[in-house]
Design a protein around this ligand. Structure first.
Ligand code: TMP
Ligand code: ASP
Length: 236
């Protein structure tokens, strides 16, 4: 698989074309941004953790019937994935109150919900990823009704599988963000990444934060948190 031109550079990843038009190579960086790009920095080793963890979780999800973009891990930081057109929605599932939910609704962090919540943001940097509902997404033609229904049921399925997986590692899956893509035939697959950048992970006993909130909130121990998640998942 030959790596060709870089076709996209995001905040945390680069994407390269390959000699196969249906596949691209994702390369994970250590760069980190937060607070809508206002805060910038680097988290040593993050790219490796996010690449390996995301690939591992996507393979678990595939086994549970959730189709993903994953094809093959190429190295510590690089993965071959199916080329998709990204549905411009950030899909956020929450099991426990935290972050923007707590802020918006004026409640403390740590309230365990009876049922998970789902929300969508319109992926648009200029507009700062505004919160939108299904009807807005349809009006803006960001996705069809069928696609939104598929995305919702896949997102809740991902939550069931990952919540169970992480609790067995002594980790509460507080909330997370997913992105979905369309294959050339229109099929919806899980894309982007699942990592401490895109999930909140709390230690089940101590509630210690083991995710990017340590960076967002200047808590220190950022690299250590990523490495601890790596240890929990891979046992080393
Ligand atoms: P929030 O509480 O800030 O809305 O974040 C909810 C979850 O989504 C949290 O696990 C972090 C993740 N997230 C991203 O992956 N990217 C983003 O740009 C934002 C705002 C949140
Ligand atoms: N706002 C997002 C976060 O806090 C990422 C970003 O702004 O780049 O993770």
């Amino acid at each position: 698989m030959e790596k060709k031109d870089m076709i996209y550079e995001g905040k945390a990843k680069k994407v390269y074309a390959t000699d196969d038009p249906t596949e691209v190579i994702v390369s994970y960086k250590d760069d980190a941004t937060a607070l809508d790009g206002l805060k910038r920095g680097s988290i040593a080793g993050k790219g490796v953790v996010n690449n390996k963890m995301s690939n591992y979780l996507m393979q678990i999800l595939e086994k549970h019937g959730v189709p993903t973009h994953f094809v093959k891990e190429l190295s510590d930081r690089e993965t071959l994935v199916k080329r998709v057109s990204i549905v411009p929605l950030e899909v956020i599932i929450r099991n426990i109150s935290a972050g923007s939910f707590s802020k918006k609704y004026g409640v403390e962090e740590g309230i365990v919900f009876e049922s998970p919540t789902i929300e969508f943001s319109y992926k648009n940097d200029e507009l700062h990823d505004p919160l939108i509902n299904e009807y807005h997404a349809l009006a803006l033609k960001l996705a069809t009704k069928e696609e939104i229904d598929t995305i919702k049921s896949m997102a809740f399925k991902v939550n069931e599988v990952l919540k169970e997986y992480f609790i067995n590692l002594g980790i509460k899956l507080v909330d997370f963000k997913l992105e979905f893509g369309r294959l050339p035939d229109g099929k919806i697959v899980l894309a982007d990444e699942i990592s401490p950048d895109t999930c909140r992970f709390w230690d089940a006993k101590t509630n210690e934060k083991l995710d990017k909130d340590r960076f967002r909130r200047d808590m220190g121990g950022v690299e250590e948190a990523y490495q601890e998640m790596m240890r929990r998942v891979f046992g080393k």
